[in-house]
Design a protein around this ligand. Structure first.
Ligand SMILES: [Zn+2]
Length: 291
């Protein structure tokens, strides 16, 4: 079960009467569709607690829920109380983890997952997430042509991941094998999957969501799903063997040709695109990808 901040304290209901429930920045409160909450407002905490209690009661047997920032960068609350926490913690995740720990303490037999991405990607300096707070760390903005340790955006993510793994054993990685701007464009990440999944394991990731285009027509979505699934079970498997096995089994006699296509210069895949000096992310058109 999951929720961004939006539905639990919806602006449609409280925006006019209680603007103080929503993020303060640029001199005013910002109730609205994608507004973040003011995380130090006690009434917000009570409303969220009641909502969570009712969700769990309506879903017996369910034990984990996501309570996460809305999409949108730098829309966090900067009121005096929220800012004091975030300044002390040296990260905008400070007020989020403080809020999540309060929820986790109120519902000790439940687990709370929260996204760490965009402005909350970096970990706090002092507070530690309680054991029943799960950190769902997303590497959405990283370049994909090389593994995470081999490019600047990836290294920034790795620093954040190492910081979180130093204070939590409960990390859920949200990784991407998808181009949101063009699902059918090549997404040549097969050769970086193993390095990245090894890295996630090393940094206490116990869960991994790999977002891959499941629509028909996504670039080798079935192959990508197969490789990721196999490597999740065992990150030390031989990727070439897995590739070979899947292509021959799935495409039959065409498997060999597809393998050639995957590794030659006509398709910027395999290692070859390194030489082409391509850069690409989840939001990059391949034709615009050259750095
Ligand atoms: Zn605030």
């Amino acid at each position: 079960m999951g929720t961004h901040f939006r539905p639990a304290v919806t602006s449609d209901v409280y925006g006019k009467t209680h603007p103080e429930y929503y993020a303060y920045f640029n001199g005013s409160r910002h109730p609205g569709k994608a507004s973040q909450w003011c995380l130090t407002n006690d009434e917000v905490f009570e409303l969220v607690s009641r909502r969570i209690d009712s969700i769990f009661k309506a879903n017996p047997g369910k034990n984990i829920i996501s309570v996460s920032q809305n999409d949108g960068n730098f829309t966090n609350c900067t009121c005096d109380q929220c800012k004091a926490i975030d300044d002390y913690e040296g990260a905008l995740s400070g007020s989020v983890v403080t809020f999540l720990n309060k929820l986790a303490a109120r519902f000790p037999d439940k687990e709370f997952s929260t996204l760490a991405y965009l402005y909350t990607m970096q970990p706090p300096k002092h507070i530690k997430p309680l054991p029943n707070v799960n950190i769902m760390l997303c590497d959405i903005d990283c370049n994909r042509e090389v593994s995470l340790t081999e490019n600047a955006s990836g290294r920034e993510f790795v620093r954040a991941m190492e910081g979180w793994s130093a204070i939590s054993d409960n990390i859920f990685i949200w990784d991407y094998g998808i181009n949101f701007d063009n699902y059918v464009s090549p997404f040549p990440n097969f050769h970086i999957l193993q390095d990245n999944i090894r890295l996630f394991r090393k940094n206490h990731a116990t869960m991994h969501f790999s977002q891959i285009s499941s629509s028909r027509g996504g670039d080798f979505a079935e192959l990508r799903s197969y490789l990721v699934n196999k490597l999740m079970w065992n990150p030390e498997l031989n990727v070439d063997s897995l590739l070979h096995h899947f292509l021959n089994g799935y495409y039959g006699p065409a498997g060999f040709s597809i393998r050639i296509h995957q590794s030659d210069g006509r398709c910027p895949a395999g290692q070859r695109h390194k030489a082409l000096d391509l850069r690409f992310t989840c939001f990059t058109q391949i034709r615009d990808a050259k750095a």
